[in-house]
Design a protein. Structure first.
Length: 304
């Protein structure tokens, strides 16, 4: 069960290993694209169709019609990778249980956006975890974990791509353990749990009046999507990539310094963040040099 591109390698690795995948559950098709006129299918659905695997796309996971379809597949094991919260009637159905692949080293970063929050919080490593589902979200007993380093300039996008592949390998390892019944469950230490709530637009606004490392981590933790943003001349400016400079700023936090040719940097506590890639509202993403060629930005402008 899954929807985005993140879940595709896990499906592919199971197929390549010869496991009989009897069905895939994914989100319903949606209208999107230019003008909202194109029918968009999930990445997982496209993969399943390519391999002639039956696809279920329920609107309601508690609907009896869907539950009957799911039972008819007679799955021994269910695997969840980047899907929504399941009712007990679904995850308690197969004889061998249902396990989930989560993008953190549980119990750290329980919730909807573990990759983003690990980078935002300046973690030096994260990882992925497989665990059996329980009633409370992300609290089940752990099967396996795999650690993934986070470099000082890695973005959430970099970590996502690394975890997507490492997670697929962990899914395969977990299936092998469950198949042979050669595993030990490890209860999570709830006292050590941290949260990774869903990212909202307001969550993404940059507070420049913080240490430069904190601001840098915030920007890369939301890159490339949904992207950290600030306001310049009453317009939203998304900061896609930046780099930090340790220095003693000569102006207040949020103040721009630029030569209007090659650099644009913003004062923070204890340094500057150089904006490298950005996107002004209604415009395409661009490198700072391209932006400055078409926009006159005066030093001393304050971002909020």
């Amino acid at each position: 069960m899954g929807t985005p591109e993140f879940a595709v390698p896990s499906l592919e690795i199971l197929i390549a290993a010869g496991y009989p995948v009897v069905g895939v559950v994914t989100s319903t098709d949606k209208m999107g694209g230019r003008g909202g006129k194109k029918l968009l299918e999930s990445a997982v659905k496209k993969c399943a169709v390519k391999h002639d695997i039956p696809v279920l796309q329920p609107k309601n996971l508690k609907a009896e019609d869907f539950l009957n379809e799911l039972r008819a597949l007679k799955a021994d094991l269910q695997i969840i990778v980047a899907f929504r919260m399941l009712p007990v009637a679904v995850w308690d159905m197969p004889a061998l249980g249902t396990f989930n692949l989560h993008g953190s080293l549980l119990p750290k970063f329980r919730g909807a956006a573990p990759i983003n929050w690990a980078v935002i919080r300046g973690e030096k490593e994260t990882g992925c975890t497989t665990f059996f589902l329980q009633h409370e979200i992300d609290t089940g007993d752990v099967l396996l974990q795999k650690r993934i380093p986070i470099g000082p300039d890695d973005t959430a996008g970099n970590v996502h791509d690394a975890m997507m592949l490492a997670g697929a390998e962990l899914v395969l390892e977990t299936v092998l353990l469950i198949e042979t019944k050669n595993y030990e469950l490890k209860p999570q230490e709830n006292a050590a749990a941290t949260s990774a709530p869903k990212i909202h637009r307001d969550t993404c606004q940059i507070n420049w009046d913080q240490p430069v490392q904190t601001v840098h981590d915030f920007i890369r933790g939301l890159s490339p999507w949904p992207a950290a943003w600030t306001t310049m001349d009453d317009s939203q400016l998304k900061v896609i990539l930046g780099k930090r400079e340790i220095a003693t700023p000569s102006s207040a936090p949020g103040t721009i310094s630029t030569d209007n040719k090659t650099f644009l940097k913003v004062a923070c506590q204890g340094g500057y963040v150089h904006i490298l890639t950005l996107q002004l509202a209604g415009k395409r993403r661009m490198q700072v040099e391209d932006f400055l060629r078409g926009t006159d930005v005066a030093s001393g402008v304050v971002l909020v």
